[in-house]
Every structure is written in C-alpha cells, then in structure tokens.
Design a protein around this ligand. Sequence first.
Ligand SMILES: *Cc1c(COP(=O)(O)O)cnc(C)c1O
Length: 465
Amino acid sequence: MNIIEQMHKELENNDALELAKKHSIDYISQINDRNVYPTKQALDNLSFFDEDLPSQPADNLQLLNDLHQYGSPASVAQTGGRYFGLVNGGMIPVSLAVSWLVSTWDQNVPLHVTSPINAKLESVCEKWLQQVLGLPSDTVAGFVSGSSMAIFCGLAAARYRLYQNLNWDINSKGFAGAPKIRIIASKHAHGTVLKAIALLGLGTDNIEWLDVDTQGRAIASSLPELDQSCLVILQAGNVNSGSFDPFEIICQKAKLAGAWVHIDGAFGLWAAASKQLAHLTKGMDGANSWSVDGHKTLNTPYDNGILLCRDKEALTHALHAAGSYIVYGNERDGMLYTPEMSRRARAVELWAVMKYLGSNGISELIDNLHCRTKQFANELKGAGFKILNDIVFNQIIIEVGDEDIRDRFLKHIQQSGECWVGGSQWFDKPVIRISVCSWVTTDEDVSRSVNAFVDAMKYVKSALK
Ligand SMILES: *Cc1c(COP(=O)(O)O)cnc(C)c1O
C-alpha cells in the first residue's frame, strides 16, 4: 500500500483521533500529580527522538503512543495549578475542545471568502472586546499570534499615521530622506516593545525614556513636550510588578498634541474587565492602539494575541497586501488587520472563551487570580519572605538574597517539581518573580507552593553554613 492509500484508510477509521483523545484525557488527569518541571529521567528520555529522517512511513498509532510516552512527560505542566513562570495562562476547558474542532476544520483565514465562519467570529470578538474592555466603538481588532506581533502592528499603524502627519508616505518612500518621528517609552517597557521598535526601523537609540517610580510605573511629569510626530508607549501590567502606568494624564496630553499612544497590555489590559480592578486602567480608553493576549489572563489556548486600534485607516494601510488572486470583499477580511496572510482560525477559541465565561465570568476569573496572588504574597510574608512590590494585580516580586543565593534558591525550587517560578532583575536587585495567571490554581496550590519556598530557603541556608 502506498502512503496516499494508507492516509485515505486512516481517514476512514478514527483510530488516531480516539487514541489522541485517550492520551489527552490521561495527560489532564495526571497534571497535578506530576512534577511541574520534567524530571531528569523525562529529559534524558528525549534522546528517543534523535534519529535520522526515516525513509519508510511510520505507523500512525505507534507515533502517537511514542509522543505520549516520551513527549508528554517532557512537557512543562503549564495547565496545572503550580506553574508561575513568565505570565502564563492555563486553558479554559471548553476552549481545548473547541481547539480540537477548529483543528479539524483546518481553516486558512486571510479573507472572508476563505473562511466565513472565522470572519464572522472575528467581527463578534471585535465587538465583545470593545465592550468588555471599555474601548471606543470605532476600535478595530486584528487577531495575531501574541502580544509581540500585536505590539508590532500597533506601532506599525502609529508609524504610518505619524509619517502621514509629516506628509510622508512611509510605505512607498521608506526612511531615506524621511523626517524623524519621536518615540517615548518607559524605562520599564517590555522587551518586545523594544523589538518592535527595532523591527520597524525606528531604532532603539532614538527612544526618549520616561522615568519610573518604585513600582515601575511611568512618571507622568517626566513626559517631554509632545507634538504630532510623537509615539508614546505605555503599559498596563509591568511584567515584574504588575503595575499600571498613569494613562489618564498622559493620554490627555498626547491627544492635545496630536501624538499617538500605544498601550502594551499583554496581560494587564484585562483588568478593565474586572469590576474590582478596572480602576487600574482608568483613562486607557484615551489611547490610539492597544495590544493584549488571550493566552495569558483570559486563559485561551496559545497562540492568541489581539491588536486593537482606533485608526482603521492607518492600521490597514500599514498592513495592506495586494496580489492578483487576493480578492477583498465587502465583509471582514482579517488579513487587512494582521501582518500575516495565511493564519489559523484563532478567533474561534477567543470567541469560545468569551462566550463561555460571559462578562461576569471574565470578571470573576480575573478577581480570582488577584485573590490567589494576595494569598500567595500574604503567606510568603508570614513565612518571613520579603516582597518588593505592591500587589495590585497578579505579580509578586521576592528578594531572597544576592545573585548566588537567588540562583541556588531558584534551582532548588525548580528541581523540587512542586512549583515553577523564574528569576528577574528588579532595579538593581536579583529577584524571584511569581505570576499567578491560571484559573486552575487553587488556594491549596498556593499553600503547597509557599511550602516549597520555605523548604528552598532552609536548603539554601543550610548549604551556606
Ligand atoms: C508577555 C508579554 C509580552 C509579549 O507577549 P507574547 O504574547 O509572549 O508575544 C509583551 N508585553 C508584556 C507586558 C508581556 O507580559
């Protein structure tokens, strides 16, 4: 039997899908009992995958069995309750099921004509995002892989508009002989903001920096005089402390000057959807563009980033592509709002999560993350740990000692398998950072993780004696 015949046969029976389902359920059922980080054994077993590309087709069921046997244990338990690295959401259960169905559709979604269902749900999500985040009703949305790309799109739209303000068409003329636009960003801007500035040819050396206060918030009084050549980049949710910049005053000044404000709200923009925490984002609706992730605070599957922009013309001109076979219609063509052409139907998972939770459920989800974070900080404090930040959202910064102590501490806690936290730098201090971002995390998970911190401290202290 040749490979084509074999694949036709596999489509007729559903053995592989049934087996994938069985392994998935097995994975889910064990997630809270296993080591959060793969064991040494699991990592050693990855050598199973070292082979030359086989010449002969594999057995599909054997392939799935191998992947589950050697792959699943070497995954990091990010869908469990005790992973606190990066800013990492878990997954709302229905969105996993929806993700299976969407994978079955395998839609390519650049245009309405290539996937009416995705185009419809992108439009619905756009409206819902305006409502739940309290954004102006002329805000349009682009559905991209994550905040890195969403920030890039926001800044690309800004670049287009600001150059238009200076009577320069950046798309056709490029930078040779161009006037200058100015970039103003906080000293605590996320690394992906700097990357987008570099990718867009704006040059990180040209940034005029805003000073930050002890919580990492931009200080409004350090804002330079603005004009219509200025791009101001703020953040909702400092990646270490979780703090929010003072949007109201800066957006007002920018608006008066004709400047563009982009807000990087990868995880923090969702505070706007919480009844309890919306005050943190006060005035953020005065910006021109925003970037946010579904895959962090909202707990959609990866990859799910969103660019929101009030200037549809600038965004679509910045990202426009043409080709004889690209037929734009009168309905929503998603590729006008994204840098990519071919894309997966990621808006369907976003739609499913928002539909499932509803605005009350989203608010509850976010409040619960905040509540677990406060519990975590309180219990750590009770155990003698030094917390360096105000707990405003879902982030905790802990000082345990100099770099050597911090590194030993981290290594011990990561190897314990009990939970996973990472390191960072907070001003001049090496620190440990905790991000509580998964709906799965329970109060028991938090207490168990605090115990792991206490053990790690004992270990480090005794090792230093
Ligand atoms: C995570 C994060 C980003 C990057 O988002 P990705 O989805 O990983 O591309 C940007 N800014 C902030 C504040 C973040 O937390």
